[in-house]
Write a protein that binds this ligand. Structure first.
Ligand code: ATP
Length: 328
């Protein structure tokens, strides 16, 4: 199982309270959902969802606004009850205190006292959660807030507040971390920091389940993805699997001659167009062969690269949301 952008080397070691080498039961199902429904009167927010999250993975729950992501995550954390369906979290029922003791979540921002420092807010939350006070400094370090831990919460940026929320979710050193749209509302730097943090959390045997409406984000962070559309799960697989057949984007001149030669080699159905380039359905390993063939045919080759847009195409196909602009 591979991520598109593996975390930087330094990120592999700095995971609060956990020895990344102590991997146990990796791959076993940790969250198992079957036939889940949630209805609010005439609205069916969750419409027969099945999903499995395995130990040690970063699982991305992807879908446009209103797809039912938050509702599903609220059910998994025991905040609301399902209308019907079967849900097992860490081998128990959602909301069971034994399950909650092993789960950390950020679904709604924790209520923080604006006049208390970040550290003191965490101390209050640690006491409430029954977590040892020694965890406070450890989780502050994990979310990179040590330097500002003594400042009042009211002075924090949105990104810092969000990271403090993640710190609160980590107080119990949970096996499973559930984060609802952790980058929502953050500026680009805040998003980058949060993505880096989530990748760190997902190292070792900790399991992370996050929701997002950003395709690129899920691609960067996650091992596996579940795509939700209008309350239904339309795909669940490895990010790499979802990407489907890869291809090449060829920029050449004259483009007609290049198209003719490529179609001659690969068949007319294998050559399309995308933003001025030729989109060629072929294994990327054949790039050198294709370059040589085009150059020998008298075509000027300006660029040949792997077609990275296939996942986006698959996503829009699956959700039939071609016109939506909130999924990037
Ligand atoms: P977003 O990213 O916008 O939060 P989402 O994928 O998390 O979207 P949900 O918040 O789970 O989606 O909402 C799914 C659907 O259920 C929406 O149509 C929403 O209006 C509806 N819904 C959610 N909670 C309630 C509620 N308490 N009462 C009535 N309808 C609700």
């Amino acid at each position: 199982m591979s991520r598109n952008h593996p975390p930087p080397q330094s990120a592999r070691v700095a995971v609060a309270g956990r020895d990344a080498s102590a991997v146990s039961g990796k791959g076993e199902p940790l969250v198992e959902v079957a036939g889940l429904f949630k209805r609010y009167g005439a609205i069916t927010a969750v419409d027969g969802v099945d999903l499995t999250v395995r130990r040690g993975e970063v699982y991305g729950f992807l879908g446009p606004n209103g797809a039912g992501k938050t509702t599903t995550l609220r059910i998994l954390t025991g905040l609301i009850a399902p209308s019907s369906g079967s849900v097992r979290v860490l081998g128990g029922l959602p909301g069971d205190p034994r399950v909650l003791a092993r789960t950390g979540s950020l679904i709604e921002a924790p209520a923080c006292y604006p006049y208390l420092s970040g550290r003191n807010n965490l101390r209050v939350l640690a006491r409430h959660a029954g977590a040892p006070a020694t965890r406070v400094d450890r989780v502050l370090e994990t979310v990179d807030l040590t330097g500002r831990a003594g400042d009042r919460f009211a002075t924090y940026s949105l990104g810092m507040k969000q990271r403090l929320g993640v710190a609160a979710a980590l107080l119990k050193d949970p096996e499973l971390v559930i984060l609802d749209e952790p980058t929502n509302g953050l500026d680009p730097a805040g998003m980058r920091d949060m993505r880096r943090l989530v990748r760190e959390l997902g190292t070792g045997d900790r399991t992370v389940l996050l929701s997002s409406h950003l395709l690129g984000e899920v691609q960067q962070i996650c091992d596996r993805v579940g795509i939700l559309s209008a309350g239904r799960m339309v795909a669940e697989c490895d990010v790499e699997e979802l990407r489907g057949e890869q291809g090449l984007l060829v920029t050449a001149d004259p483009v007609d001659r290049a198209r003719e030669h490529l179609a001659g080699l690969l068949g007319p159905g294998a050559v399309g167009e995308h933003e001025g380039a030729l989109r060629v359905r072929v294994a990327p390993e054949r790039a050198p062969e294709i370059s040589r063939m085009l150059v020998a045919a008298g075509v000027d080759l300006f660029g040949i690269r792997i077609d990275e847009r296939a996942l986006e195409d698959v996503f829009f196909e699956l959700t039939s949301e071609k016109e939506t602009s909130d999924v990037r």
